[in-house]
Design a protein around this ligand. Structure first.
Ligand code: ADP
Length: 589
């Protein structure tokens, strides 16, 4: 049971009052009763002595009843005491409260304690309950002596009513006093407790707010005593906690900003491999929602056995682990996974998993090795031919007047092929290098195209192809003129190479979102649907033999793409096999 401070204080006041009143009442009661008894006793003795002197001893010896009766009654009315005269044998001779007749029926008083003492010559005193009068009585017995010895006993008795009355009055006063003292204790206790408790209650209220994280209000220091000091300490503690919470929140915000913005996927699991937290990248990788998977078992939430095994191994061994896993999501992706144990008091309490998408890195590695293989292959073919024909010539064909020029012509063709291949490779590697600087200027695209077309005059004529420059006369762009010339050259070269005899080429432009989209449309062989997406890759050709025959290197479109992208533009193609292709590039003005 919770007893309030107020009640405790009031109870302690009451306790002190009750104890002190108890002591006072006990001693006062006892002393007063004894004192008044003693006073009555001594006055009774004095009176008895006086009365004894008035009793004529010869009349007593003669047991003169009428004499004794009138004397006893007269003195009794004066002294207000009951007076009894008893002879030395214990028989009552006279009693102020009894008639002569009643006296004869009274029992012998020889064995009454006070009488017994008086018969020995001393003053006998006794207090007892009188069955005759039904009250407590004080008896004082005095021996009546003459020369012959004790002739009788004079007994004075008084009801102790007055003593009891005095005690009663005192008890009443003590009780009333006690009642007032208790009432005062209650009132005083309430006031003092109220005054002491008010600031404490206020402190409790505000401390409750503190515990809920509300530090907006501070405790007012009402006094300079211990309670005031407590208020100051509590305020200081609250301020410290508030500062610490703010610091922790800021730290937390920073961490969660990092956690949420990391491109690596992060999963935190507990020691039972239950997911505690994941970052948005994980949601994207596994197409799951944070809300759904947090709190669930790993394998239930993310059905990936490889990752699960890594987690289990880290949790069991307490050692970090790295591995490469591939996920089909639905596209195949490769991830580098780093799992690190989380320790709490040197015991593994969880695991931190970081997933890093290395698909692009791996793809680039493949592209690089493919490129090396392709380059070697492309170089090897003409070199093998040159070597073969040179050997043939050296072995005697040099004298063969009919064929030697022919052989030399083939060697020249292959050497030229090698040359254009090396040139394309050089320009591609130059375009790919980070150091490239575009030499931009404003120029008229239509006029530049005219120049390019002029360079293809003989080829166009040979195939009977008609080419139309439909670019607007005023078309001007800001770009690297030489490089754009290369773009146009490569696209027109392809449009001629992969065109039909007597085919046609149209070059025109459109304005798209403030940019210029240039089209190079031919009526050639077109590109099969399946090859369209790869056509801009290095060395990618629909028909390798045909391209080679036409003097192609398979790098032309790659170079186009690179140049346009260096100008922050884009390239594309629309084509229908057998009908023709429409290459386009977009450049800003
Ligand atoms: P190439 O040196 O072989 O021309 P490119 O990179 O310029 O290399 O072109 C790659 C391939 O794209 C060609 O081999 C060809 O198969 C296809 N191609 C390019 N332009 C056209 C076009 N205008 N019509 C049909 N196919 C084309």
């Amino acid at each position: 049971m919770k007893i309030s401070f107020k009640l405790k204080l009031i109870f302690s006041y009451i306790f002190v009052i009750l104890v002190s009143f108890g002591f006072i009442a006990f001693f006062l009661d006892k002393n007063l009763e004894e004192n008044s008894l003693r006073n009555i006793q001594s006055s009774l003795i004095t009176q008895a002595n006086l009365i004894e002197g008035q009793i004529a001893s010869d009349r007593l010896r003669q047991e003169d009843a009428p004499y004794l009766e009138s004397l006893v009654k007269a003195l009794s009315s004066k002294t207000k005491c009951r007076i009894t005269v008893i002879n030395n044998k214990g028989s009552v001779l006279s009693d102020s409260e009894k008639s002569q007749e009643e006296i004869t029926q009274m029992e012998n008083h020889l064995y009454r304690p006070e009488v017994k003492v008086a018969l020995t010559g001393s003053i006998g005193i006794d207090t007892r309950y009188s069955s005759t009068l039904k009250i407590n009585m004080l008896y004082v017995a005095l021996p009546i002596k003459d020369k012959t010895g004790i002739t009788g006993i004079l007994r004075l008795s008084l009801p102790l009513e007055s003593v009891q009355k005095t005690a009663f009055v005192i008890r009443k006063i003590v009780l009333i006093g006690l009642f007032f003292a208790l009432a005062l204790a209650f009132v005083l206790g309430s006031i003092v407790a109220g005054r002491t408790i008010q600031p404490i209650n206020r402190m409790i209220q505000i401390s409750h707010r503190f515990s809920k994280g509300d530090f907006s209000r501070k405790i007012i220091q009402v006094s300079k005593d211990e309670i005031g000091e407590l208020a100051v300490t509590l305020n200081k503690m609250a301020q410290d906690i508030e500062d610490k919470i703010k610091e922790a929140k800021a730290q937390n915000q920073k961490l969660s900003a990092i956690f949420n913005s990391m491109i690596e996927g992060i999963i935190v699991v507990d020691k039972t491999s239950r997911i505690i937290s994941v970052n948005p990248t994980i949601e994207k990788i596994f197409s799951v929602s944070k809300k759904e998977i947090e709190g669930r078992a790993f394998l239930e939430a993310i059905r990936n056995n490889d990752t699960y095994e890594i987690i289990n191994s880290v949790l069991a061994k307490g050692k970090p682990l790295s591995a490469e896993i591939s996920l089909i999501l639905p596209v195949r992706k490769i991830f580098e996974i780093n799992a690190t144990p989380i320790f709490d008091n040197n015991i593994v309490s969880g695991c931190l998993i970081v997933l890093h998408d290395i698909t692009e890195i791996r793809r680039l590695e493949t592209v690089r090795s493919d490129f090396v293989a392709n380059v070697s292959h492309e170089l090897k073919t003409p070199l093998t031919s040159i070597k073969g024909f040179v050997e043939t010539l050296l072995e005697g064909a040099l004298g063969d007047k009919e064929n030697n020029r022919n052989f030399l012509k083939i060697i020249q063709d292959h050497a030229e092929r090698l040359n254009s291949l090396v040139e394309d490779l050089l320009s591609l590697s130059h375009l790919e290098s980070k150091e490239i600087v575009l030499n931009k200027s404003n120029f008229n695209l239509r006029l530049q195209l005219e120049e390019v077309i002029l360079g293809f005059k003989s080829q166009l004529k040979k195939k009977g192809i008609e080419i139309k420059n439909e670019l607007p006369a005023s078309i001007s762009i800001n770009a690297d003129k030489d490089r754009i010339e290369q773009v146009l050259t490569n696209l027109i070269d392809n449009a001629i190479k992969f065109n039909k005899e007597k085919g046609s080429i149209f070059i025109y432009a459109q304005e798209v979102d403030g940019k210029i989209k240039v089209f190079v449309e031919d009526s050639g062989i077109g590109i099969p649907e399946k090859d369209i997406s790869r056509i801009f890759e290095r060395f990618y050709r629909v028909d390798k033999a045909r391209s080679r025959e036409l003097g192609g290197t398979g790098l032309g479109l790659s170079i186009v793409k690179h140049i346009v992208e260096l100008h922050s533009g884009s390239v594309g193609v629309e084509s229908t096999e057998g009908l023709g292709s429409k290459f386009w590039f977009i450049l800003s003005r």
